[in-house]
Write a protein that binds this ligand. Sequence first.
Ligand code: ZN
Length: 295
Amino acid sequence: MGKVKKVMNRIAMFVVFLMVAVVINGCAFFKKEATVPPVGANWSYSGLTSPEHWHQLDAKNKLCDKGFQQSPIDIMERDVEETKKLKKMEINYHPSFFSLENNGHTIEANPVTSGNKILIDGTSYALQQFHFHIPSEHQFKGKAFDMEMHLVHKNQAGNLAVIAVFMTVSENDNEPFLELFQHLPIEETKKDVPMKYAIDLNSVLPLKKFAYRYPGSLTTPPCSEGVTWIIMKQPIFLSGEQLVEFRNIIHHNARPIQLRYWRRIFAEPGTKDMTVETPPTADGQSIDSSPSAAE
Ligand SMILES: [Zn+2]
């Protein structure tokens, strides 16, 4: 009798165990099925508010899903058309004061005074702000860089032109950005944090300003199109410590690569032949760069 009871007890326990397992799995199953983001949720780079859901968060974001001129893209040099017709971009930057903002998506530097401008095809665009992405949003021949800086400009008609600069980790600090990377606002800011020292953006940009140009969009909601993108071929450098300072706060804020469709990418003659510079060593010498890999 006792033995039969024991066996019955074991069977009962096994049944209970099975039922619990089914319930737990059921919940997990449910979680996987929930693919609609919560109403009114703010966009982000992960989970149910990640880039693949941006268009579901707000009707205004429909281009994030349906647009044909979206950014970022992968710059494949075989797609690039070099042309003498592309007028050189003029950059008129001068030392300026900025204040820092943490908007929860990136750290942005807003100019305290106006005056930084670029000239594209005879149209003047004024610098609105610059900010960073980690890792880079645009890619070059299928590869992302450690970070990417976006300098956002606007013309009088309200059209945007963004200069994108790739950033690569090097042994040295990025000197013009010393103060900026030491004082990145950790929490979301309600009020901008003014910087003490002026930044001369001329000293931030790469010396060789060969760039790719293509029509694209904002890389954040509402993914508005009609943005002129200017992607500098040469990267700039920052130290591993500076990158960590940024990553500790922002973690990851890069939208995935978008399809190019029929868009054309232009560059001035000589751009494709240029080798992408590698980081200088601590003594200032440039590491011997290998010829660029065949596509
Ligand atoms: Zn950006």
